[in-house]
Design a protein around this ligand. Sequence first.
Ligand code: FES
Length: 140
Amino acid sequence: MEKENFNRRDFLKNSLKTIAVGSIALSALDVKKLFAEAEYDINSATKVINIADYPDLANVGGSTVIGKTFISRTGESKFLALSMICTHKKCDVDYTGSGFECPCHGSTYSSTGKVTNGPATKNLKSLKTTYNAENNTLTY
Ligand code: FES
């Protein structure tokens, strides 16, 4: 009985130590930055869509927004995919119909993602696209 209580006490002590060390480690990290990077990684993970599910992409010149990605059909089998995350401090940019605008500090980008007004200095991230005409699918 005595030994069992001791083991429980040890277990509790060790658990509390683990929680304390874990909490200190988490507070030492820039959690906001960690989440921002994770979001960026999620955004850059490969996705496959069926073009038939997006009528706005049926014709050349059409475009749509899927999650935080702007997709435009630039040719019969060519697409442009741009991350809609501002390269300045990672706010979500808005599509204006002719380009992109960041509501946080006013950066603007052209319809192809080139910076047209700072403070951002880098273009929107362009994602590689692959169109499969056989399946009418786009990978980006
Ligand atoms: S985050 Fe977009 S301009 Fe600053």
